[in-house]
Design a protein around this ligand. Structure first.
Ligand code: ARG
Length: 457
């Protein structure tokens, strides 16, 4: 008979057992569930709700169960529904009536709320650590090529010259916000729901604060109904991972473009690419493509959780069991990305000559000419128009922007001085962008330095 079977005379249909079980996926919560139960029974004994001897026996047996599961010696059975029932049944099987005291003053509704919070708290720390490693790989790559200039893009059109390191650091910034979002989410999820019971609290004299301290939470939850119904923290967590996925998807797209024959800016290491079963010459950027694909799953997991929770009446509803499917998928997907991306970045080789050659297009410095005119007192809109006419003139004549004489240039830009031809030097263009946040050599060197220091602590 199921642990809740007292009021039932009929048996659950076999198909329904398979339909309603969650042990196939929530077994990964066993350590959290055991930690929660150990803290709970310790408190129950301290409050005189159960005998100290029972608490001691339960606490010891919980460690035994944990070890059995660790070692793969624990039998899971869908008839026992979920991880809570499995562990409670194992206790009762071993300790009899003493074991049956564990669930005093507790419901699976506050128990699962506790388990997910403990799980996500650990995952937040883990993922943040892995995001730091990812950032470090990008910073290290940039540091190996501090002077490498490449075209920067807007609308996927060559726009202005930038440093390769500057481009990489843009992603370091994104990842930093991702880590911050997880840390922020961790703050809100680190509250202790046990003692909320099924929804209304408990008539037993539980000491919620003691359990809170024991499990390292910041405080106890304030409303028992909210405590068992709330999955905001799961939505926030999945949201942080969906944004992370969006960032790595963008990075992937950059790398896919850069490794194409058309760009030819980088060489991805063979270890992170695969070939074609048909076309012998192919080397495909699969890891990047798969990451772009996996980011779709992260978006989907977030949508699943939002859709799952919207429209649910107070308080706990069984729908919420499905939260773990999406949540675990999001965590696993993010971890998979974080396992493969940093080593791929570390082994990536930029093709310096190709990038520099693309950056040597004088058209990329057209803005520099307009800004030089501004320095000489020309209103920007006039300057823009004059340089635009110069670009048009060169196109019509089939010349590069740096292929005219100064006199020729003066036909469209009368203010042009002897300094102007020198403005087509991409290095000078980069060097001049010496504002905070700009791509200037000094600025980027300072940024690399900043990140090295930040990522070391
Ligand atoms: N397996 C359930 C879940 O994941 C645990 C809570 C079940 N509560 C209940 N009253 N059936 O949500």
């Amino acid at each position: 008979m199921a642990l809740w079977g007292g009021r039932f005379s009929g048996q659950t249909q076999e198909e329904v057992k398979r339909y309603s079980e969650s042990i196939s996926f929530d077994k990964r919560l066993y350590r959290c569930d055991i930690a929660g139960s150990r803290a709970h029974v310790k408190m129950l004994a301290a409050q005189g709700i159960i005998p100290q001897s029972a608490a001691d026996a339960i606490r010891a047996e919980l460690l035994e169960i944990e070890k059995k599961i660790d070692d793969g010696n624990f039998r899971f059975d869908i008839a026992l529904e979920d991880i809570h029932m499995h562990i409670e049944s194992a206790l009762i099987e071993k300790l009899g009536a003493e074991g049956a005291r564990v669930h005093s003053g507790r419901s699976r509704n506050d128990q699962i709320a506790l388990d997910i919070r403990l799980y996500l708290r650990g995952e937040a720390d883990l993922l943040i650590g892995k995001i730091r490693i990812f950032q470090k790989a990008l910073v290290d790559l940039g540091t190996r090529y501090p002077d490498l200039i490449m075209p920067g893009f807007t609308h996927l059109q060559h726009a202005q010259v930038v440093l390769f390191a500057h481009h990489l650091l843009a992603y370091v910034e994104m990842l930093d916000r991702d880590a911050e979002r997880l840390a922020d989410c961790r703050k809100r999820l680190n509250v202790m729901p046990l003692g909320s019971g099924a929804l209304a609290g408990s008539t037993l004299p539980l000491d919620r604060d003691a359990v809170c301290r024991e499990l390292g939470f910041d405080r106890v939850t304030r409303n028992s109904m909210d405590s068992v119904a709330d999955r905001d923290f799961a939505v926030e967590f999945a949201s942080a991972l969906a944004v992370f996925g969006m960032h790595v998807s963008r990075l992937s797209e950059d790398l896919i473009l850069w490794s194409s024959q058309e760009f030819d800016f980088i060489e991805l290491d063979d270890a992170f690419c695969t070939g074609s079963s048909l076309m012998p010459q192919k080397k495909n950027p699969d890891v990047c493509e798969l990451t772009r694909g996996k980011s779709a799953r992260l978006c989907g997991d977030l949508m699943t959780l939002l859709t799952l929770c919207k429209g649910l009446p107070m308080t706990y509803n069984r729908d919420l069991q499905e939260d773990k499917v999406a949540l675990f998928d999001a965590v696993d997907t993010a971890e998979a990305i974080l396992a493969v991306y940093p080593p791929m970045i570390a082994s990536l080789k930029p093709k310096a000559e190709k990038m520099a050659a693309a950056a040597f297009d004088p058209a990329l410095m057209a803005t520099d000419l307009a800004e030089k005119l501004v320095e000489l007192g020309v209103p920007f809109r006039d300057a823009h128009r004059k340089v635009g006419s110069f670009v048009k003139y060169c196109r019509e004549k089939g010349k590069r922007l740096d292929g005219t004489s100064l006199d020729e240039m003066r036909e469209t830009i009368p203010e042009a001085t002897a300094e102007f031809p020198g403005l087509f030097d991409p290095r000078a263009s980069v060097a001049k962008r010496d504002l905070a946040g700009g791509t200037g050599f000094k600025q980027v060197a300072a940024q690399l330095d900043f990140w090295h220091k930040k990522l070391e602590d």
